[in-house]
Every structure is written in structure tokens, then in C-alpha cells.
Design a protein around this ligand. Structure first.
Ligand code: DGJ
Length: 729
């Protein structure tokens, strides 16, 4: 059993293959955090804690004059609020009597087999592994608020999931102002934070900084998990590197507004709190109601590589769902960067024909295929094929594409509406706008108020209708603006603070209904590139378009940053034209292929305009990707270059699950004259096995891992090399 309760000491011990998590109900009934880390062989980890008078920190009333005990310095599983712990809090609410304080003490617990689910929200699921759930109930008796803390222990995966439920156990309403998913305390040590910030076309840039005294906040209030701050953070030992050092990951499984706060307090304790962003959040809980928070996938590992492996495994096996979870993802050609809105059936078919010749498996028709959509100013909402562009209709086009031997995929942006659309003219109140206020426009479009039942039903019917009418194998589901002017015309003014979260509850339900109804359709998430790249979306769309920046050199850092939390099989990546449309940079097609292969792999350019030489290279790339896909998508990733090397080259490696094959990749990002040779130490091989190194020589795994490999000199514009390491003995 991975969860134990020790009656005598009132301790909870959660164990995974290599980690241990401990907490304890203290004499006052508070749930103290004791330990999270590698196994210690010591069953009780309360011994490092010493309490003493912290001077200006107060004490709970029950302690009277015992000044050694203060909530302000105690490590806790769910914090109090307004009663003397002045640090960041898990919870805030106001109550019918006007009070704004709460503190939660232990009431009961239960341990159950299997993984809990969270009503209305995506969560990691039990995929046949050993999983147990611990639910601890805490209560504030003054205001009759209960909190249930959920811990899902995935023993073999070294993953603990966390979530909370807040219950109004009283008779009067209460108003939640903050309901975080979890609190993690690190009472000892010196820590860095590694987070993934960015912007449109430059998502998930890794930044590692030492935690200073005070509060670091990483958040999104944009109505999407955002290009700016991914809801994934790593707290690691100051000396931690890829190979060793304690690293904690907190991945919030939520696609809307989120907030992670990290406080290093006056005594150097670090507290991390993550969950829904409390900014403009206010949720009314009437008597007996429960509010469920999104889930956090928590992991602890020795080194950043191992931490990434934990996340890659859990996302692949326990987050992603549906037929395409473990299936080959078709190599696709998307017409966006080839034609933009300027679609004609002739152009589309000529690209598709060439694509088929080169080995592509699916054609994806991007934005611009529907009525009144000649630029990004109109048309969103109606979803009726444009028969001027497609004279034989969408069905006619699909027939021709299928006739070429290609599958067919379609782009939609269902959550949006253009003012210039029949949908908006019929239902202006379905758009998110605040009363008497002209809304912010972005890409000249508005966001539909998905919190409304009519909107939800309309979208379910419209998308179902598309999928039933046409032979569609894949949907690219886009979302091209942040949400603003948050207001729903369908609920009372007192509940407007709920709209953003209700939006996501409805979106998840919509996705859930559609993916259940159409299990054969592959969904790819997208939000102006990678603006909604998160575990919440991955529960419904096994892959997400990683960035609108398709320049392979920019993609190196975007995909590098993404790789800390998310596996390659989730990363939408395409070979596009050179010069690149976003940066103007010229790169060889080989380099573009090597970079895009570290993702779901496809093409996004006018193949009819390429030289025979480039076409021949593409033909080879597709063959190669199909051969390498199991290693890249199901194997282990090793980042071989450190962040500071990125000005010169990037090297990374995939190793198959059975360690019999590896792929070593290098891209030179800044060729230097007369530079020292690039030398990397391989990882993850079998030390005793003998490998053929790209047919060049034979070598033991131990030698390649300790003695490394020296690349031949690579010169020219952004050269790349991909080597096969194949076990021969
Ligand atoms: C943004 C996406 O990220 C692009 O790939 C493309 O689909 C455009 N939207 C279409 O409007």
C-alpha cells in the first residue's frame, strides 16, 4: 500500500518507487507538512523540526502563552487565512457574518484504491498502475467550511497528484475569493525556480533564478494558460542539474487563469501555492455546495532529466486519452503558411498531390475555408464552407484529397465569433462583453461566452454536425485571442466572478463530449501557436501546436523549454519555408527536418515550389521519421547541452524504451571559426552493450556515456546532424 496512516503519531506516509511524502496531524489538529523527497529509510521525518519563539509571530489561542508554536512559521498542507499566518495562502473567502478568516483542522481521512476523479475537470487517470487515493478532511468550525485534500499516489510513476474541494457545510452562503489546488512547503534548503515564460511566437522560454526573499508570482489572467507563463514550474536545489539534485515539479492541469506563488519567507522556508488565479475570482458557495479545484501533477526527482521523464511518462500514459494516445500520428501537410487565406481548390490539391508523392499522410485545411473568411476580420461563428473557394464544396474537396490517398483534417476556432457573422447578428449577447462598454477587440474578433448553456449546445451541435457531415480525421482547434471584458449576460451580477472558471468547465465538458462521440478524430489544440499548451488541454487533444514560430532555430529553445514538462508526442512541429515567415532566417531543409522530428512532425509550406533536391530530402525525412517515431515519441529524452550553450549549438538525444536504439541530434546555432570540436556525453544507454555509432564505428554504451562522442566539424548556415546509435551486441 503506497499510503499509510500511523495511528500513534497521526502521520500520513505516501510512498512512490523512489520518493516519500509525509505529513502529520499535530496536537492542535493542524495538518503539518513534514517531508517530500527521496526515500530516507526513516519512517518519521518530523525530527528536523524544532519550534522556538519566533518573536513577532503570534500563536493560536489554544496555545495561550506557548510562544513556540506559530502558524506563521509552520509548514502546512493547506494554510489558514487571516488568523496569523502572514504568508501566501491556500484559501480566502468571506462569510455571511462578514468575517474573513478561517483555519482548518483535521476531522477525518479515508484511503481508497484507485485514482480519484474531479467532477467537471480533467485529471490524470489510473492506467493499470498501482494508484491509491488519500482524502483528508479539514474543517473550520467557526464558519462551517470544510476542505477535502486529495492525494493520488501513482506508485510506479513517482507522481503524486493533488487537488482540493471546498464545501460549505453551514446554512449561510459563503464567497470563495481564492481556492488553490495545493500548497507545497520546503522548510529547509536553498532553492532555484525554473519557469517557462514567453510571448506569442516565443513560448516557454526557460528561466532559472534563485528564490529571493519575498513572493514570486507566475500567472495568467488572459483567459488562457497563456504564451506568457506556462502553468508548470520546477523548484530545484541550487546545485541541481540535468543529472542530479532534488527537483520538484508542479504542473497545473488547467487551461484558464492560473497563479503560482512562491514565497521565501523570513526564516528561509519556501512555500509554493498553485491553482486558479484569484484575481477577479469570486465563487458563491451556497449551503451544501462544493467547489473543486483543478489538479496539480506533482513530482520529485533526482535531476531535471529524471523529472522530465516522470512528466513525459504520466502525460503519455495517464493524461492523454483516445485512439491516438499511443497510435502513429499521421505526418501532415498544413496549408497555412503556404496559402494563408488565399485558398483555391486548385492550389490545395496541387500541394496535396505533391505531399502524397513525398510520403505525407494527411492534408490539413487551415483557416480561410468558410464563408466570408478572406482575412481575419470576419466569418468566425458560421462554419459554412465557402463555395467560391471550394466550388465542389468541402465534401468535394475531401473526396479529392481522399482520392489521392490522404486523410483529411480541418481547422476551426469554435470559441470565437466575428462581429461580421450571422451568429453574432443573431445572438450578440452570446459574445463576452461587459454592459455599456465597447469590448477590447483582438484580431477583430470576440470570445463566445461558453459559460452559457446555449453557446455550449450550439458549439456541440455545430462541431458534431461538421464531423458527421464530412469525412474528417483531424481537427485543429484554434483560439486566437485572450479573453477580456469578462461578463456573462446569463447570470446575476453577484456571480460574475465565476464566469472565467465556468467558461473552462464548459470547454472541458464540450471537449469531453466530442472526444467521446468521435473517438477516431485526432484533435490538435492551438491558441495562436502555443498559448494554451497545458496538461488540461492534453487530456482532450493528444497534441498541441507548439508555436506560430516555425523557424527551426527559434524552435530549438521553444521546444527545449517545452521538453521540461511535455513529451515530444504532444509537440506540434512542422517544417516550413526558408526564408522563414516569422524571422526571415534561411536554414537548410535538413535542419528544419531534424528539429520538427522532435515533435509530431508535419509540413507547412508550398511543396510545389521546392527544388527536386529539397523534395528528395523531404521524402527521406518522412521515411526516417516513421522509423524514428517510436524512439522519439515513446522513448526517453536527454538534453545534452546546457542552457548556456544555446548560443553555439543544441544537442539532444532520444533512447528507445529497451535501450537498443538512440537518436543523437545536433543543430549548430552559431557556427564559430576554428572552434573546439563539439563533444557530448551520451546518456541512457546500456553500459555493457555494443552500439554502432551511425555506421561509423562500434563502441560500448559505457564508453559513449563516459568518453562521449565528438562531432565532425559542421559549418555553413545552421547545419544539423542526426545520428543513429544502434545496439549490435
Ligand atoms: C493561429 C495558428 O497558430 C496558426 O497556425 C493558424 O492556424 C492561424 N491561427 C490561422 O488563423
Amino acid at each position: 500500500m503506497s499510503i499509510r496512516y500511523v495511528e500513534g503519531t497521526k502521520q500520513f506516509i505516501l510512498e512512490t518507487a523512489e520518493t516519500c511524502y509525509q505529513m502529520k496531524v499535530d496536537g492542535m489538529g493542524y495538518l503539518q507538512h513534514l517531508y517530500y523527497g527521496g526515500k530516507t529509510g526513516q519512517s518519521d521525518m518530523s525530527y528536523p523540526f524544532r519550534t522556538y519563539d519566533h518573536g513577532f509571530s503570534g500563536n493560536p489561542y489554544d496555545m495561550r502563552n506557548n510562544r513556540d508554536y506559530s502558524l506563521d512559521s509552520m509548514a502546512q498542507e493547506f494554510t489558514s487565512f487571516g488568523v496569523g499566518d502572514y504568508r501566501i495562502t491556500s484559501f480566502r473567502a468571506s462569510f455571511a457574518d462578514g468575517s474573513r478568516c478561517a483555519e482548518f483542522r483535521y476531522v477525518s481521512h479515508e484511503i481508497i484504491e484507485g485514482k480519484y476523479e474531479i467532477p467537471g475537470l480533467p485529471s490524470a487517470y489510473d492506467n493499470g498502475e498501482t494508484v491509491h487515493t488519500l482524502i483528508i478532511t479539514l474543517k473550520d468550525f467557526a464558519v462551517n467550511a470544510e476542505v477535502k485534500l486529495y492525494y493520488g499516489v501513482f506508485e510506479e510513476l513517482d507522481i503524486i497528484t493533488r487537488a482540493a474541494a471546498i464545501i460549505n457545510a453551514g446554512t449561510e452562503p459563503m464567497w470563495l475569493r481564492k481556492a488553490s489546488s495545493m500548497c507545497l512547503e520546503l522548510p529547509f534548503g536553498k532553492w532555484d525556480m525554473l519557469h517557462f515564460h514567453g510571448r506569442h511566437c516565443m513560448e516557454r522560454q526557460p528561466e532559472r533564478v534563485p528564490l529571493f526573499h519575498g513572493v514570486h508570482t507566475l500567472s495568467s489572467g488572459r483567459g488562457m494558460s497563456s504564451h506568457q507563463h506556462n502553468p508548470f514550474v520546477i523548484i530545484c536545489d541550487r546545485d541541481a542539474n540535468e543529472d542530479e539534485g532534488t527537483c520538484y515539479g508542479l504542473m497545473l492541469m488547467y487551461s484558464g487563469n492560473h497563479k503560482t506563488e512562491i514565497e521565501r519567507d523570513q526564516f528561509d522556508n519556501v512555500r509554493v501555492i498553485t491553482g486558479i488565479n484569484d484575481d477577479r475570482f469570486r465563487w458563491e458557495l451556497t449551503s451544501g455546495d462544493t467547489f473543486y479545484t483543478p489538479e496539480v501533477i506533482l513530482s520529485c526527482a533526482n535531476g531535471l532529466t529524471q523529472l522530465s521523464h516522470h512528466y513525459h511518462r504520466v502525460i503519455r500514459n495517464n493524461v492523454v486519452r483516445g485512439d491516438y494516445k499511443l497510435k502513429h500520428r499521421p505526418v501532415l501537410i498544413n496549408n497555412w503558411e503556404a496559402t494563408y487565406f488565399d485558398i483555391t481548390e486548385e492550389k490545395v490539391l496541387s500541394i496535396a498531390k505533391k505531399a502524397k508523392e513525398l510520403g505525407v499522410e494527411m492534408f490539413v485545411l487551415d483557416d480561410g475555408w468558410f464563408k466570408n473568411r478572406n482575412d481575419d476580420n470576419a466569418g468566425l461563428g458560421d462554419w459554412i464552407p465557402d463555395t467560391e473557394k471550394l466550388p465542389d464544396g468541402l465534401d468535394g474537396l475531401i473526396e479529392k484529397i481522399n482520392g489521392l490517398g490522404l486523410l483529411f483534417g480541418l481547422w476551426i476556432e469554435p470559441e470565437m465569433v466575428s462581429e461580421d457573422s450571422d451568429l453574432y447578428r443573431a445572438h450578440p449577447d452570446w459574445a463576452m462583453t461587459a454592459p455599456n462598454r465597447a469590448p477590447m477587440m483582438a484580431r477583430n474578433q470576440l470570445v463566445l461566452d461558453l459559460s452559457r448553456k446555449e453557446v455550449h449546445d450550439y458549439l456541440f451541435d455545430t462541431i458534431s454536425n461538421l464531423l458527421e457531415t464530412y469525412r474528417i480525421n483531424y481537427i485543429k482547434w484554434d483560439f486566437n485571442r485572450p479573453i477580456s471584458d469578462v461578463f456573462s449576460h446569463s447570470i446575476p451580477s453577484s456571480r460574475q466572478g465565476e464566469v472565467q472558471h465556468r467558461y473552462y468547465l464548459s470547454l472541458y465538458r464540450l471537449y469531453d463530449r466530442l472526444t467521446r462521440k468521435f473517438p477516431n478524430v485526432l484533435f490538435e489544440g492551438c491558441a495562436g501557436g502555443g498559448g494554451r499548451f497545458d496538461a488540461g488541454m492534453l487530456a482532450y487533444s493528444p497534441q498541441i501546436w507548439c508555436s506560430d514560430n516555425t523557424d527551426p532555430i527559434s524552435r530549438l529553445t521553444i521546444q527545449y523549454g517545452t521538453s521540461f514538462g511535455y513529451p515530444a508526442c504532444t509537440v506540434g512541429a512542422h517544417v516550413s519555408a526558408s526564408p522563414n515567415h516569422q524571422t526571415g532566417r534561411k536554414t537548410p531543409v535538413h535542419t528544419r527536418g531534424v528539429v520538427a522530428m522532435s515533435g509530431t512532425f508535419g509540413y507547412e509550406l508550398d511543396l510545389t515550389k521546392l527544388s527536386d533536391e529539397d523534395c528528395a530530402e523531404i521524402k527521406e525525412q518522412i521515411k526516417r521519421f516513421k522509423e524514428l517515431e517510436p524512439i522519439i515519441h515513446d522513448g526517453k529524452l536527454y538534453r545534452l547541452s546546457k542552457m548556456r550553450d544555446t548560443s553555439h549549438y543544441m544537442a539532444w538525444q532520444y533512447v528507445s524504451a529497451d535501450q537498443s536504439r538512440a537518436v543523437l541530434n545536433i543543430v549548430v546555432t552559431n557556427p564559430l571559426a576554428n572552434s573546439a570540436p563539439v563533444h557530448v556525453k551520451l546518456k541512457g544507454l546500456l553500459p555493457e552493450a555494443v552500439y554502432s555509432v551511425d555506421g561509423e564505428f562500434e563502441c560500448r554504451g559505457a564508453a559513449l556515456m563516459s568518453g562521449g562522442y565528438t562531432f565532425k566539424r559542421l559549418t555553413g548556415d545552421y547545419p544539423a546532424k542526426q545520428l543513429d546509435i544502434i545496439r549490435i551486441k
